[in-house]
Design a protein around this ligand. Structure first.
Ligand SMILES: Nc1ncnc2c1ncn2[C@@H]1O[C@H](COP(=O)(O)OP(=O)(O)OP(=O)(O)O)[C@@H](O)[C@H]1O
Length: 234
């Protein structure tokens, strides 16, 4: 089964008297453990695609199916539950809470899902270890580097054991070495957790670390091609 399936998804934004088509009959199927890069010029619709896949924006038409559930048929409450349980979202800016330690940033997500704080604490430490931050569990955001904050962000997104991971420009605020290690970490996470991962990126040099690359242009998405034969190889 595909973990994320966008079927004939069209998204129109109001634009003056008319509409502008941000996504034009987009199809994308991502399997568990598959890592897809999404590239394309500025304004082509990449962030819109992630927002629709995250069920944060309802498409004008088409289906968004997450782990077998058609999100387009759900109400707001059901959508919130689907997002919480199945979708991990990693944006460019980690948006960590300033007063919480790295471990607490993770634990609080389980509180929000109504899980036991005891198992949450153990899992938070495990995940921080996995992302290379075993020594930083008690540090607050201002005591962490940009790369470390992004690692906390990734660990936090994994707390719910999501089926789908949506990543928007994770390396935009980082230097080359840190960017490389973040994309390698995402590759590891994708493999280890068997999570379907879509990453929007401008850095085509990191595309070969992913399985496939799909290109967005004026709201139209090309079918994914193997990443080593795609833009990253040039
Ligand atoms: N809320 C909105 N209302 C109206 N138009 C919007 C809205 N959000 C995005 N758009 C338009 O939709 C198109 C796609 O935008 P989107 O942000 O998805 O592109 P992008 O490929 O992610 O761009 P970038 O690489 O610059 O982040 C653009 O023309 C943008 O101006």
């Amino acid at each position: 089964m595909t973990a994320l399936n966008l079927v004939n998804v069209t998204l129109e934004y109001p634009d003056g008297e008319g509409t502008m088509t941000a996504l034009d009959a987009v199809n994308l199927a991502v399997h568990p453990g598959q890592f897809v890069s999404l590239v394309g010029p500025s304004g082509s619709g990449k962030s819109s695609l992630l927002a629709v896949a995250a069920t944060l924006i309802k498409p004008t038409s088409g289906l968004v199916v997450i782990d077998g559930v058609d999100a387009t048929g759900l109400n707001e409450k059901e959508l919130a539950a689907l997002r919480r349980d199945k979708v991990g979202i990693i944006f460019q800016q980690p948006n960590l809470l300033a007063s919480l330690t790295a471990a607490e940033q993770l634990v609080i997500t389980d509180h929000l899902r109504g899980k036991s704080p005891k198992s949450a604490a153990a899992r938070a430490i495990e995940l921080l270890d996995l992302v290379g931050l075993a020594d930083c569990a008690k540090k607050r955001p201002h005591q962490l580097s940009g790369g470390q904050r992004q690692r906390v962000n990734i660990a936090r997104a994994l707390m719910a054991q999501p089926k789908v991971l949506l990543v928007d420009e994770p390396t935009a605020a980082l230097d080359h070495a840190r960017s490389d290690s973040i994309v390698r970490l995402l590759r590891e996470v994708c493999d280890e957790f068997n999570v379907a991962t879509v990453m929007v990126t401008h850095d085509t040099e990191f595309v070969p670390l992913t399985d496939a690359v799909a290109t967005m242009r004026d709201g139209v998405l090309t079918a994914p091609v193997p990443a080593d034969a795609g833009v990253g190889a040039h």
